[in-house]
Design a protein around this ligand. Structure first.
Ligand SMILES: C[S@@+](CC[C@H](N)C(=O)[O-])C[C@H]1O[C@@H](n2cnc3c(N)ncnc32)[C@H](O)[C@@H]1O
Length: 287
């Protein structure tokens, strides 16, 4: 560890804060006005790691294109909030299960149907694995002959590395039902559990910025979960992202946003479900 690590970096001035906030919001959508301490501590952590104590010098380094791209990725890792858990927001999973039972029962006759699910802002993987577990349980229960593919994307490379590995502490999976643990996890060393290879094969992890979806091929999904990501975005950005996600849904597809997030959002092709404990929308069949 270098001596720099022990130096205290002064707090950002208002002007410096504005500059950093603008750069990060413009590129990631994350707005730090309610979370200034996250920006401050993330910046300080990364600057200490590389031995810089001048915000303006670091700003120049990070914002340079293309030389700053590698450092930019590392900074985004430090400032993005990655809190997550398995089956977070249980009501959302209850709605999902009902939706999947109806969908799979009606698609069961169809040959080679692929059930496509997307976890947007998947963090360290708990959400996409929960989605895969919920869908697999229903497919197995209905003995349906359909394929399942779960795409999981996030801007953070370190979060995705954890997600891809699929290894979680006993504490992380303690709330799961015993039969879920047995079916989908294998105990490994030091009280860690490894997601089964069979489940992992159904998932595909891709690094991607939710603001740059226009460059992503227009795959269409049965289900999109975009939970606890837009909470850090300004209202116009929330709308921009959700409007774009609508194009990635199949007719009749389900979009799940965290409860209270992007409230008030409306779209001509989307109808909010009756259950008010969740913020779920169904795309019109004739869209
Ligand atoms: C609080 S976590 C939510 C994880 C999970 N969806 C859940 O509800 O538990 C937010 C995630 O969104 C990601 N994120 C933030 N801005 C993003 C962006 N512009 N593009 C893609 N992912 C982003 C962060 O890296 C972080 O992993």
């Amino acid at each position: 560890m270098s001596l720099w690590s022990f130096k205290t970096t002064p707090a950002l001035t208002e002007e410096q804060y504005e500059r950093w906030q603008n750069l990060l919001e413009q590129r990631t959508g994350i707005n730090f006005s309610q979370h200034k301490s996250i920006l401050q501590s993330g910046l300080n952590q990364r600057m200490r790691e590389i031995g810089i104590d001048d915000y303006d010098q670091y700003f120049q380094q990070v914002s340079a294109i293309p030389e700053g791209v590698g450092e930019w990725t590392k900074l985004v890792d430090r400032v993005s909030v990655k809190e997550t858990s398995f089956f977070r927001e249980p009501n959302a999973y209850a709605v999902l299960k009902n939706y999947l039972v109806d969908l799979i029962s009606s698609e069961q006759k169809a040959q080679d149907y692929t059930l496509d699910i997307w976890s947007v802002g998947c963090s360290t993987g708990e959400e996409p694995y929960s989605l895969a577990i919920a869908a697999t349980d229903i497919i197995d229960y209905l003995t349906a002959k359909i394929f399942l593919g779960v795409v999981a994307t996030d801007i953070s490379a370190t979060a995705l590395a954890v997600a891809k590995e699929g290894k979680y502490s006993a504490r992380k999976i303690e709330t799961l039902a015993p039969e879920t643990k047995t079916k989908y996890f294998k105990p490994v060393a030091n009280r860690y559990y490894q997601v089964s290879t069979e489940l992992q094969r159904k998932l595909c992890f891709v690094q991607g910025n939710i603001l740059e979806l226009k460059d992503v091929p227009r795959l269409t999904m049965d289900v999109i979960f975009c939970q606890n990501v837009l909470v850090y975005f300004q209202r116009d950005r929330q709308k921009q992202v959700l409007d774009t996600l609508v194009h990635y849904l199949k007719p009749g597809g389900l979009l799940m946003v965290a409860s209270g997030e992007a409230s008030g959002w409306q779209h001509s092709q989307m109808k909010r479900t009756a259950d008010e404990s969740v913020q779920a929308y169904i795309k019109a069949q004739n869209s």
